[in-house]
Write a protein that binds this ligand. Structure first.
Ligand code: ADP
Length: 581
């Protein structure tokens, strides 16, 4: 249950440690199997070595035993024990020393008196056998045993002497005894060492056997005294270098495996941290914070994470766009609701005027000036209604893309003059002046555009100027700059605060402004003007200081065309300007 919440990195790490442990366990098992095998092989070698050494030992001691046996049933020898003849002994017994390479030979008669004795020069001992030993020889008939000497051990082989017809020594009593000794001094041991290919040590019975190291094989040959008591041992030992090497190799192998395991885990740890853990925690942080710096960092990560980083970027961009679209939709919805409220007010006001004054007109007594005044109010209210309705129709046409441009040759100078003529009385009625400026001569002032729309744009701007100006002057005109004509309408009116200027061309904006400066109007005029200017290929903007007046500019492409002679009285568009402010 808890594992469910463990991070991927920890899981990977645990997996690698688990795998490592299993491998380690397997390798250790392998190591122990190896060790066992090594032990078995060592035991086998040990067995083999013992066999070898025993065979060699037997071979080495066989010769002297054989000599003792060969001489021990011989009539001539029996005679010479009973009637000793020195010459015979010199010829037959002393020669044993040289012939069979023994160091000492001695003949006893049946009462254990020495009859003859001979020894090699380096063998100094004489008559060294005790009475007990001789008794034991008598009893055993053949006796092989060892005796300690100052520089090693003496091997002694003895036999009782019998007539020729008694080779088994069972039929007759002993007539004497033949004793031979061979000294196992250091040179003998050295020879034996060469022969056996082993190190040899003579150990006295009291001494302890020092075993070699665990890679040595060894064999101990027991050396018994005349009474079968151990007087020492001959230790053969051989060190097996191949085993030592074999062992070294397996330890070395294990060390290599262990090191590589540790290195693998470390590399794994490093790589998974760098390539998985860090990017994953980045992903988590990005999901929590949307931080673009972290996204950039993720894009620098290797593999799939780079792609995820790009996707995050795309996702966040789309999210922003959606958010903006949502805000826009909400804003537009809010504006539309406010617009509707304002619109109903704007429609109701003139409607009330029309209905109210119409009923007043019914008064039979109403005559003269008053009556004229009422009719004028009804007319103005009707015109205002018409104006609002045309704005609404225009804006819905623009919104649905049904506004069609009808190109014709337009003389801009004449168009401006017609607008001047239309509005000059209204301006003068407000005790202000209206002037106009033509930027081109009349012959050059013809362009191909939609006359009705251009008329509507300028007259709208002029109407606003009149509406929002109470004293001073209003000026309109245009100038040519390169491929464009720049039109302007300038007033000395109330001006527009800077913070409102950006939104002034937006639809329904007038209705939304709380510190309302607007005088009657649906707040559609400028947005319609902007759409029309853009439809005709230009742009619109304004410059204004609060309290000092405003100047609205717009451009139209200028491609001069030959002016056509217009029929009389057709200077203004067909449909009359919508109203007079
Ligand atoms: P309206 O029908 O209300 O005049 P417009 O779209 O023509 O709507 O204008 C939007 C708003 O811009 C107006 O309500 C007014 O506050 C401001 N405005 C437009 N022209 C001028 C101007 N010449 N001087 C000052 N304010 C202006």
């Amino acid at each position: 249950m808890r594992m469910k919440h463990t991070g991927i990195y920890t899981r990977l790490l645990l997996t690698s440690i688990l795998t490592g442990t299993i491998l380690l366990f397997l390798y250790t098992a392998l190591y122990y199997v190896n060790k066992r095998q090594e032990k078995e092989m060592l035991e086998e070698t040990q067995k083999q070595f013992r066999k070898e050494v025993t065979a060699l030992f037997t071979f080495k001691t066989a010769a002297i035993k054989q000599v003792a046996y060969d001489y021990s049933f011989w009539d001539e020898f029996v005679n010479n024990i009973e009637n000793p003849d020195t010459a015979w002994y010199n010829d037959n017994i002393t020669t044993i020393l040289k012939s069979f390479r023994v160091d000492y030979v001695c003949v006893y008669d049946s009462s254990f008196h020495i009859v003859h004795e001979a020894a090699s020069p380096q063998f100094l001992k004489r008559g060294f056998l005790s009475r007990n030993t001789l008794e034991r020889i008598k009893e055993a008939k053949f006796l092989n045993f060892y005796k300690e000497s100052f520089d090693g051990v003496i091997e002694i082989s003895a036999a009782s002497v019998h007539p020729t017809n008694d080779p088994t020594h069972t039929l007759t009593r002993p007539r004497g005894y033949l004793v031979m000794a061979k000294s196992w001094d250091s040179s003998f041991v050295a020879d034996l060492a060469i022969l056996s290919g082993a190190d040899i040590k003579l150990v006295k019975s009291s001494g302890s056997i020092a075993k070699g190291d665990k890679y040595s094989v060894y064999s101990a040959q027991k050396l018994n005294g005349w009474d079968d008591k151990l007087i020492g041992q001959m230790i053969f030992s051989r060190t097996s270098d191949s085993f030592r090497l074999y062992n070294k190799m397996s330890v070395f192998m294990l060390a290599i495996i262990l090191t590589s395991l540790v290195i693998t885990i470390l590399i794994f740890h490093y790589a998974s941290r760098k390539w998985i853990n860090i990017p994953l925690s980045l992903v988590t942080q990005i999901l929590e914070s949307n931080d673009p710096v972290l996204i950039k960092e993720l894009q620098h990560c290797p593999g799939e994470f780079r792609h995820i980083g790009h996707l995050f970027n795309k996702f966040i961009r789309q999210k922003d766009e959606l958010l903006q679209a949502k805000q826009k939709a909400e804003e537009s919805d809010r504006l539309k609701t406010a617009f509707l409220a304002n619109m109903s007010h704007e429609i109701r006001t003139p409607m009330n005027g029309i209905l109210g004054f119409s009923s007043l007109l019914k008064e039979p007594d109403l005559v003269g000036e008053k009556r004229e005044q009422y009719i004028e109010i009804i007319e103005k209210s009707g015109a205002r209604m018409l104006n609002i309705l045309s704005d609404i129709i225009d804006i819905s046409k623009i919104e649905s893309g049904q506004m069609v441009i009808r190109y014709s040759v337009v003389n801009v100078n004449e168009l401006i003059k017609s607008i001047f003529v239309l509005f000059v009385f209204d301006v003068e009625a407000k005790k202000m002046s209206l002037t106009y400026n033509n930027g081109l001569r009349t012959e050059e002032a013809c362009i191909k555009t939609d006359k009705e729309k251009l008329y509507s744009i300028i007259s709208n701007l002029v109407k606003n100027a009149i509406k929002y100006t109470d004293k001073g002057s209003i000026e309109m005109g245009y100038s040519q700059t390169g491929d464009f004509l720049t039109f302007y309408v300038k007033d000395t009116g109330i001006g527009i605060p800077k913070k409102r200027q950006a939104a002034i061309f937006d639809r329904f904006v007038q209705a939304d402004i709380s510190d309302i400066q607007a005088r009657e109007g649906a707040g559609l005029g400028l947005s319609i003007a902007k759409s029309l200017v853009e439809l005709l290929g230009g742009e619109i903007w304004l410059e204004s200081e609060e309290g000092e007046g405003s100047t609205f500019y717009f451009t139209l492409p200028y491609t001069p065309v030959t002016c056509e002679k217009e029929p009389e009285g057709e200077s203004a568009p067909d449909d009359k300007p919508k109203d007079q402010v």
